[in-house]
Write a protein that binds this ligand. Structure first.
Ligand code: ZN
Length: 598
């Protein structure tokens, strides 16, 4: 009954040369899971020992295979999925690497058992280092179970490239997260050595799957994303709110037609979409799904590297950037809610609104020193005393009153001359007035730049300066955007330039060193930048210097206007450098800290 055959040598030699698999244990897991998914599994159980080096076991409840198919699956070119070049162009399924299973079997002690649901008996096949040793009846449950033991036992040279068990385990766990997010409807369980790492029930939606895998806390910081683009691109999923970031790209998950991919095009688009919403060098959290015509994406560039190539990368980029921008801006109303004063205004205490008309406009209490007096103000409720005194200082107030639902916030005071303290239904809201002012200025300048260019101020004496050729070439190329930014600059001979004006908002006595800084900063920032992006970079660079200094005491009206203006920004959540403008400390957190609740 048993058939003995040898897998082709070429497989082992390819694997030895490192062509087939990188991060080998994680690749093994990926291949086995993708086979299970292709087999229609509803439940997949994964067990690894010692980082997958000593054992990877994947058990599914899929359709299983009969004996011939099982043997065929272990032959190098036995792929039933790609029959022609036309099939290759329209790969929409996951498992296109027919050679994966024999590759794995050629470098391990390999055991496969499989049974079709209605078959009387199943099949067990044992392969050692590419040699099929046993083929016999096996009585397992319907589905397929694959065990891969002692990876690279027969290839010591390759074995020494394996990383530590911990690193390989982490790679595997990451791979499992990709699969679990990509297939919420499938139940997954993962056991590492003797520890159950996760057990995910089948989920009705991506939303539920993320909650089961990462918890509610992350889920609450995500926003739905959707969009469409040219080339029938559809975008869906969940992405992090502004400011939610990671040090690595580990949680920047991108799927194209259901397959986890890495794509420089999408990565760049995400960076652009999150521009000014994240700190430099940080990565967003995304669970982004792109669906497009299979013929317009080449998933077969380098299967092991899971890179894809798009027929129209510009269309993909635009669709991603736009959908991210929209998602971030769409999170605004929830965020604005946080500024609402508690429903029932607290009773005024000593030194409150009643006193305001006596000395308008007054400084807000500074809470940094002695006990600050409490100061309750409800914006949106006009104060006749003050309005009469300085009617021109009330633009935000008038605007608020025009709204159907006046935005009410309750400013308590200012801490350390920097943080505006406010109260809402959940507890305490702190606004960094410097970051807030930066954001407001940034958006205002950007708007002006897009519309008619930033107003500039003539220098008393125009100045000329020389640049090294490469810098000169950069300036030459970006002359028009620099001019739109309010910098009056023009060529003045080879590698020499003349400046005769600077942006009006800028306060600098040394235009040349300013230009040098602009060039240095922008050159590094603008690897892939559009003109607009370059302008944004420049504004972000300069507004920091111009924005309210941390210690500038603000008057009440100024603070109120600051908050109002912030709330009207497109991306109010953070300063243009990605630092948050507001944080909330909830009553629940306070209660915990005070030991009122455990
Ligand atoms: Zn900043």
């Amino acid at each position: 009954m048993s058939r003995i055959r040898l897998l082709p040598d070429i497989v082992a030699s390819q694997v030895a040369a490192g062509e087939v698999v990188e991060r080998p244990p994680a690749s093994v897991v990926k291949e086995l899971i993708e086979n299970s998914i292709d087999a229609g599994a509803r439940k997949i159980e994964i067990l690894i020992r010692r980082g997958g080096i000593s054992l990877v076991r994947v058990v599914d409840d899929g359709c299983g295979m009969d004996r011939d198919d099982a043997l065929l699956s272990l032959e190098r070119h036995a792929t039933s999925k790609i029959r022609s070049a036309a099939d290759l162009a329209a790969i929409a399924t996951l498992g296109f690497r027919g050679e994966a299973l024999p590759s794995i079997a050629s470098v391990s002690r390999f055991r496969l058992t499989t049974r079709e649901p209605n078959a009387i008996a199943g099949t067990e096949i044992i392969v050692n280092g590419g040699k099929i040793d046993v083929v016999r009846d096996g009585g397992e449950a319907p589905g397929t179970q694959v065990e891969v033991r002692s990876l690279f036992y027969n290839l010591p040279a390759r074995r020494k490239f394996l990383r530590s068990e911990n690193t390989e385990s982490r790679n595997i766990e990451h791979q499992l997260q990709l699969q679990a997010i990509g297939h919420p409807q499938i139940a997954f369980s993962f056991v590492r050595d003797t520890r159950l790492v996760f057990q995910l029930p089948p989920a009705a939606s991506l939303h539920d799957r993320i909650r089961d895998l990462y918890g509610n806390e992350l889920l609450e910081r995500l926003l739905p994303v959707s969009g469409a683009g040219l080339d029938k691109i559809e975008i869906s999923g969940l992405v992090g709110r502004a400011g939610l970031s990671r040090q690595t790209r580990a949680q920047q998950l991108v799927f194209v037609n259901g397959r986890a991919v890495e794509s420089p095009v999408v990565t760049a688009a995400l960076r652009e979409g999150y521009h000014t919403a994240l700190m430099k060098g940080q990565f967003p959290v995304t669970f982004l799904f792109l669906k497009l015509d299979p013929a317009s994406v080449d998933v077969n560039v380098h299967p092991a590297k899971r890179e894809v190539r798009f027929r129209d990368p510009t269309a993909v980029r635009e669709a991603v950037v736009n959908s991210i921008r929209r998602a971030l801006e769409g999170g605004r109303s929830d965020w604005q809610e946080k500024f609402h004063a508690p429903a029932a205004p607290p009773r005024p205490t000593i030194g409150t609104t009643a006193k305001i008309p006596e000395a308008p406009p007054r400084e807000l209490p500074q809470l940094g020193g002695a006990l600050g007096e409490r100061y309750n103000v409800v914006a949106g409720v006009a104060d006749p005393g003050r309005a009469a005194a300085k009617p021109d200082e009330l633009p935000s107030r008038t605007r608020t009153q025009g709204d159907s639902s006046p935005r009410q916030f309750q400013i308590i005071g200012i801490l350390n001359k920097l943080y505006v303290l406010m109260e809402n239904a959940d507890g305490l809201v702190l606004v960094d007035q410097h970051a807030a002012h930066e954001r407001i200025l940034f958006e205002e300048l950007r708007r002006r730049m897009e519309e008619q260019g930033v107003p500039s101020q003539k220098l008393l004496i125009p100045q000329t300066f020389d640049l090294p050729p490469r810098d000169a070439e950069w300036v030459e190329r970006n002359l028009s955007i620099l001019q739109k930014m309010g910098i009056g600059i023009e060529g003045f001979g080879p590698n020499t330039f003349k400046i005769d004006s600077l942006p009006a908002f800028l306060q600098t006595s040394d235009p040349i060193s300013f230009m040098q800084r602009v060039i240095d900063d922008l050159k590094s920032a603008s690897d892939s930048s559009s003109a607009l992006r370059l302008g944004e970079e420049m504004i972000a660079m300069t507004v920091c210097r111009h924005a309210v200094k941390a210690n500038d005491p603000l008057r009440y009206l100024e603070v109120e206007k600051l908050i109002q203006d912030l709330l009207e920004c497109d991306l109010p959540y953070c300063c243009p450098h990605g630092r948050p403008t507001m944080i909330q400390i909830s009553l629940a957190e306070l209660e915990k800290k005070f030991g009122r609740k455990v």
